[in-house]
Design a protein around this ligand. Structure first.
Ligand code: ADP
Length: 485
């Protein structure tokens, strides 16, 4: 059951193929649950290889005309889509909270963030400049054209069910590509609602298609297809590696945005109150379920106790409950597996000598709720600091020197986001350069914006999303030589 929407027709419990809302061929469905209450919110189609093949065919057909439209035309349609997302912000936010669990205020923030990519790429669509390059021979001219790659496949996770879809679809459509989107099975309703708004904006049938259901067979069908020329994925490192291998057979262009293990470093010369507030924001957003959440806090010995006290005071003000209730800042985790993972991390950390400064167990609000937790005296050998915990658990480690902090921070196969706080300009520059991460927040914990290139290095991924660079992921370069002039 979903609270009454202003526009109930935004609840689309079907897939989208060639502009038509459709169920699975065999009529099979799967439930979507509200993680706060356990209630079934909707039954959506359990699709597989056949529907995926149809979606690819629809996208391929639409590509023949969409790719030939002018950039200005695509820009105008994207702008309309952006306006419709903002006009329907409240309904989209409610749908998101109901299927994903995040507090309503965060859901509203995600609709704005998700829409910002549509606005950004509506603007960038008009700026896909090519080149004229001075030729090495007098009677030649060298031109470089930018052309859309073709049909793209987008596979998105449940933690940002709108923003991860628009961060991929908007640049793809701006470039002239058409898309098959597979949202996470846990949160398909945010994606279908946003796609419905795209149709209302006038984006033609077949330009955006959505399939959901059996992730493995949908994934295999997308990978095997010769028409699908690009795969863009956000999700776990394990699945990302699998898809990267699968994409090899058809040599697809790929973008991967995978897991992280973000360090959050506080130096002795930092503004400790600012750092404590920053740590709260990046650690507990979406209950700790973001790939750029601080996963481990490293605090220099001179300010360790002061920071721990300031941070604990911030954490004490968090309110756990159903995200639809006013004032709630922490909703449920996405599923039982997620809760068990952090239970394991906390148990292991305590056995290895960590001390609890807050939380440490499930919350009374319901089976999927976990108390905001702080682990003091954490060490680099604990699972909570080695693995992405993806929950409301903040392990705090103590360090002595800058070199030690950098060594610990870089000692991971991940390289997505890192944060550090210092009052020193020279240290700021030095540490920013030394951190092996795709994104660094210096005295700032909220780094996500459509204007900046989002992405990781090492095993955190390939490619960048957003910014002036994001559209390149959906374009091929073609070089044309004019001869015998
Ligand atoms: P998470 O741990 O965040 O759930 P996953 O990597 O499992 O991360 O999921 C991210 C997305 O990848 C989801 O849409 C999920 O359905 C999809 N997915 C999972 N396994 C596969 C697979 N074998 N092939 C294609 N997509 C997959």
């Amino acid at each position: 059951s979903v609270p009454k929407l202003k526009d109930p027709s935004l609840l689309k419990d079907l897939g989208l193929i060639g502009g038509k809302w459709v169920g699975a061929h065999d009529g099979k469905t799967m439930p979507v649950h509200n993680p706060a209450t356990g209630e079934v919110v909707a039954e959506v189609p359990l699709m597989g290889a056949q529907e995926t093949a149809e979606a690819i065919a629809a996208a391929d057909e639409a590509f023949q005309t969409w790719s030939k439209t002018t950039a200005k035309h695509r820009s105008q349609l994207l702008k309309k889509w952006y306006d419709l997302m903002l006009a329907n912000k409240e309904d989209l936010a409610v749908l998101m909270t109901v299927e994903q669990g995040k507090p309503l205020a965060e859901a509203r923030g995600e609709i704005e963030y998700g829409a910002s990519f549509v606005e950004w790429f509506a603007e960038e669509a008009k700026r896909m400049y090519g080149d004229v390059i001075p030729a090495a021979r007098p009677d030649n001219r060298i031109l470089v054209l930018k052309q859309p790659v073709g049909v793209i496949a987008a596979i998105t996770p449940w933690n940002f069910p709108v923003a991860m879809a628009t961060r991929k679809l908007a640049p793809a459509l701006a470039a002239g590509c058409t898309a098959v989107l597979k949202p996470a099975e846990l949160t398909p309703l945010s994606a279908t609602a946003v796609a419905e708004l795209a149709l209302r904006a006038g984006i033609p049938a077949g330009v955006i298609n959505i399939v959901m259901g059996d992730a493995k067979s949908i994934g295999e069908t997308l990978l095997k297809s010769k028409e699908v020329r690009k795969l863009t994925f956000t999700g776990s490192t394990a699945v990302g590696k699998l898809l990267m291998k699968g994409a090899a057979d058809t040599v697809k262009k790929i973008s991967l945005e995978l897991g992280g293990n973000a360090p959050f470093i506080v130096f002795d010369d930092a503004d400790v109150a600012l750092a404590a507030k920053g740590a709260l924001t990046t650690k507990y957003r979406n209950m700790g379920q973001t790939c750029v959440c601080a996963n481990r806090l490293l605090v220099q010995e001179g300010v360790y106790d002061e920071f721990a006290a300031a941070f604990a005071a911030e954490v004490a003000a968090l309110r756990v409950g159903n995200g639809l209730e006013a004032g709630v800042t922490q909703g449920p985790l996405i599923d039982e597996r997620a809760v068990q993972k952090i239970e394991g991390h906390v148990e292991e950390a305590l056995a290895k000598g960590a001390r609890l400064a807050a939380g440490g167990k499930r919350h009374a609000a319901g089976p999927l709720f976990y108390e905001p937790t702080i682990l003091l005296d954490a060490t680099p050998d604990m699972l909570a600091t080695r693995e992405e915990n993806f929950g409301p658990v903040a392990p705090i480690m103590k360090f002595k020197t800058e070199e030690e902090a950098i060594r610990i921070a870089n000692d991971t196969e991940y390289g997505l986001a890192a944060y550090f706080y210092t009052g020193s300009l020279t240290r700021g520059w030095r540490v920013a350069e030394a951190l092996q991460y795709g994104m660094v927040g210096l005295n700032e914990s909220n780094i996500s914006t459509e204007a900046a290139p989002f992405g990781g290095i090492k095993q955190s991924g390939l490619g960048r999303e957003g910014s002036k660079y994001g559209i390149d992921e959906y374009l091929e370069m073609k070089y044309v030589m004019l001869g015998n002039i």
